[in-house]
Design a protein around this ligand. Structure first.
Ligand SMILES: CC(C)(COP(=O)(O)OP(=O)(O)OC[C@H]1O[C@@H](n2cnc3c(N)ncnc32)[C@H](O)[C@@H]1OP(=O)(O)O)[C@@H](O)C(=O)NCCC(=O)NCCS
Length: 182
């Protein structure tokens, strides 16, 4: 696996690097496209990057070095979520699928209670959606007009997940969409 996760300390030694990473990058498919230093400070103080429900990591690539940031969310649940952000110079270079595989490996090998792992993205985040499919994740929901867009119509939020047993066996449990005849 070419990617490793390095747990970061958002209030200690990684604080300045975290502020730098979040404020110098643009995130066009997130609700907030840009972070300010103040927003990072507020989120850090509120435990958004590390508390009982959240934990954060740098994504380190064996050849390219530090390529991005990951936050795991809802860690008190059996079905956590994630927020994945590559540094702009490393986007669109085909690294995303290896990153998601490394993240899934981390979750399923270090968090025994987790039975499924979820992710959501905006409908027009084609790169993220392709990565989900390439890694065998299953689309479970398409929340129409649920993603607010500044100055525009809301877009859909699309939800994908992988089950622990599917990750372990390499077999995909099918989702029967029309399970209840009308
Ligand atoms: C989303 C993100 C993780 C994707 O990782 P990536 O390494 O940039 O993606 P890749 O280069 O591996 O591209 C994945 C696929 O999407 C395709 N793709 C990328 N942008 C595309 C676009 N605008 N239209 C169509 N296809 C696109 C690529 O060609 C590739 O296709 P393939 O699998 O058929 O070869 C990364 O771009 C990122 O961090 N973006 C900013 C933050 C973000 O949006 N995070 C997701 C929140 S859940």
């Amino acid at each position: 696996m070419p990617i490793t996760l390095t747990r970061l300390d958002p209030t200690g030694e990684d604080h300045d690097a975290l502020v730098d990473f979040l404020t110098r990058n643009e995130f066009p498919f997130h609700v907030n496209h840009r972070w300010t230093r103040e927003a990072v400070e507020t989120s850090t103080a509120g435990g958004a990057f590390r508390d009982e429900d959240n934990d954060s990591f740098w994504l380190d690539h064996e050849e390219h070095g530090r390529i991005g940031f990951l936050r795991l969310e809802d860690l008190g649940e059996d079905s956590p979520l994630f927020d994945l952000r590559l540094d702009a110079p490393f986007r669109n270079r085909g690294l995303g699928a290896d990153v998601l595989r490394a993240v899934s490996m981390h979750v399923f090998t270090t968090l025994p209670r987790v039975t499924r792992f979820e992710g959501q993205t905006r409908e027009d985040n084609v790169a993220m959606r392709k990565i989900f499919l390439r890694c065998g994740w299953v689309k479970e929901a398409h929340y129409r007009e649920s993603w607010p867009v500044d100055g525009g119509r809301p877009l859909a939020s699309v939800a994908y997940a992988v089950l622990r047993r599917d990750w372990e066996t390499g077999r995909t449990t099918p989702l029967v969409w029309d399970d209840l005849p009308g």
